[in-house]
Write a new protein. Structure first.
Length: 162
């Protein structure tokens, strides 16, 4: 008896939204489906949208081998530069914000592959800190309330103004 199985090489991409962005899981998934259909029309794509983190985000696992032709999907260092405008266009279509061009360059150059993977999994201490600061800033009406909220969440906030 012969057991045939398909060997699958995948590429992994993440599309994420800021925690303050007014996006639902259903809308994020709808955008992700449209994105995948346009970005990889000849590839099999697994789309998984997460709503259980501080920020809604979608993972794309793209089969790098076309199931019909057997040809490899060609992806390289410039792939994100070509995919980002498509993602931006879809986000704007649904009334969501996109990063300004100057912020894109800073964020992509300032994050290592390890930091990016941690952020995508919701395990980045930097992103957790930024989210906590953002949350506390929105709920606090005074500086003292902000410090108390941060300390309640386990952070120490030194007072540098006295």
């Amino acid at each position: 008896m012969t057991n045939l199985s398909r060997i699958c090489t995948t590429r992994h991409y993440v599309q994420s939204f800021h925690p303050a962005e007014p996006v639902t899981g259903a809308l994020a998934h709808k955008i992700a489906r449209e994105f995948a259909e346009r970005a990889w029309p000849d590839s099999e794509v697994l789309i998984a949208t997460h709503i259980d983190a501080a920020h809604i985000h979608t993972h794309f696992l793209v089969n790098a081998v076309c199931y019909e032709t057997g040809k490899m999907l060609r992806q390289g260092p410039s792939t994100l530069r070509t995919l980002r405008p498509l993602s931006d266009k879809l986000c704007m279509k649904y009334g969501l914000s996109v990063l300004p061009k100057e912020q894109r360059k800073e964020s992509s150059m300032g994050m290592s592959a390890r930091e990016y993977r941690s952020a995508a999994k919701g395990e980045s201490w930097k992103f957790q800190l930024m989210n906590t600061v953002d949350l506390c800033m929105r709920s606090a009406k005074t500086r003292t309330e902000f410090i108390n909220e941060m300390e309640r969440r386990g952070y120490q906030v030194p007072c540098l103004c006295e």
